[in-house]
Design a protein around this ligand. Structure first.
Ligand code: PEP
Ligand code: MG
Length: 425
């Protein structure tokens, strides 16, 4: 049982220079804070992110959400004992009273949930990942295979009708730190290839720290990634994956990539050919968030061969996941805490995925902060895969550096197990 002494929220900035919410929660053990991330290619079914819509910050201020923490949540939870994270999260949900957290805003509820999770860990004298492990029933901690988004496209590079994320997957290594080193070395080799082929501007960075070569087609990008992997000396150990974020280029039943139209059936063939040519191990959001028949088609054709990840499709929601399980729409969950809005519901989503023999990839958002909560989350859940962007820019490296710390802490007890060496991750 832990008594919350006070909760205070403030408006701070995220990695895109947009406002976001930081909450600070105090207990007898100290002060615990957390910052909410924010997406650009958001799913239509995500929990509501409250924005002010006022003149300041071009409508993107979050003072209403801040006020909801300070004037509604804080008076109700301050001075009160909570037995568990679940109890606080359920209380916050009932205070909100809507299905999508639109009354208080997911960006008001989530930082309080995350900060209280940190407080509970401290009261138990546990590291955050250990506490999350206890809450989620994890037996053995696992360091994730990092999916490194080295080429940014789509909304993250200011473009339409484009594949959003091109990721390196360093899975063939004995430890997380070796995998991160190999992925990072490959990132730097890729930078050299891009500069040589397209000039210095091609190596400028997008929202997630990946390069944004303007004139490179999808084929060029994947070829250059393959070349970087082999020049770095990691053929067979570093693989390639995509997040297409296809809801962004889906219109009237068809998909438009790079100016070319595809029916869902043609898109399945298109992806299958990419898998064949470039050895892709995972494709996220290959189909739009409500194109269930497209997802089913793709999963029945490719689901035994590669990982098929639902992001906008699932929005980390148990009810959307149940529909996807029933329809056999995908075989992996992308877990984003702010899509659902509490830590407890994020853990529930992961547990349902595990029970369904799905893989789980814990993900950042394109708008991030220095908060590295998700690094502890991915290890605490033993999820096995992380998607934290390129190995560059502090809001991304904050997460990788925390994973390095966790790996070191686990190594001291001989328990630093790495999730790599599997067939596709
Ligand atoms: C994604 O689509 O997986 C992603 C991280 O982007 P965003 O945060 O913009 O939704
Ligand atoms: Mg995505």
């Amino acid at each position: 049982m832990v008594k919350i002494v006070s909760v205070h929220a403030r408006q701070v900035l995220d990695s895109r220079g947009n406002p976001t919410v930081e909450a600070e929660l105090s207990t007898s053990r100290g002060h615990f804070s957390a910052i909410v991330p924010s997406g650009a290619s958001t799913g239509a079914h995500e929990a509501m992110e409250l924005r002010d819509g006022a003149k300041e910050y071009a409508g993107k201020g979050v003072l209403k959400a801040v006020e909801n923490v300070n004037s509604i949540i804080s008076p109700k939870v301050s001075g009160r004992d909570f037995f568990s994270l679940d109890e606080l999260d359920s209380f916050l949900n009932s205070l909100d009273g809507t299905a999508n957290k639109s009354a208080l805003g997911a960006n008001a509820i989530l930082p309080v949930s995350m900060a209280f999770c940190r407080a509970l860990a401290s009261h138990e004298s546990m590291r955050l990942f250990e506490y999350i492990g206890r809450v989620s029933g994890t037996k053995d901690f696992v360091l994730p295979v990092p999916f490194l988004n080295v080429l940014n496209g789509g909304k993250h590079a200011g473009r339409e009708n484009d594949i959003q994320e091109h990721m390196l997957v360093p899975s063939g290594f004995a430890s997380f730190s070796e995998a991160l080193r190999a992925g990072t070395e490959t990132y730097h080799v890729l930078k050299g290839i891009l500069r040589k082929k397209y000039g210095g501007e091609a190596a400028l960075l997008g929202d997630e720290g990946g390069f944004c070569p303007k004139s490179a087609s999808l084929d060029d990008r994947l070829e250059m990634m393959g070349k970087a992997v082999s020049e770095a000396g990691y053929s067979g150990e570093v693989h390639i994956a995509l997040d297409c974020a296809s809801s962004e280029f889906f219109k009237d039943g068809n998909y438009n990539i790079d100016g070319k139209e595809y029916t869902p059936m043609e898109l399945v063939d298109f992806y299958a050919a990419l898998v064949e040519r470039f050895g892709l191990v995972s494709i996220e959001d290959g189909f739009a968030e409500d194109d269930w028949s497209g997802w089913r088609l793709f999963n029945s054709r490719m689901g035994k061969k590669i990982e098929i990840v639902g992001d906008d499709l699932l929005v980390t929601s148990v009810s959307r996941m149940k529909a996807a399980i029933e329809r056999k729409a995908c075989n992996a969950l992308l877990l984003k805490v702010n899509q659902i809005g509490t830590v407890t519901e994020s853990v529930e989503a992961a547990r349902l995925a595990f029970r369904s023999q799905w893989r789980v990839m814990v993900s950042h958002r394109s708008g991030e902060s220095e908060d590295s909560f998700i690094s502890d989350l991915v290890v605490g859940l033993a999820a096995g895969q992380s998607k934290f962007g390129a190995p560059a820019r502090s809001e991304r490296t904050a997460k990788y550096n925390q994973l390095l710390r966790i790996e070191e802490a686990l190594a001291e007890t001989g328990k630093a197990k790495f999730a790599g060496k599997g067939p596709s991750a």
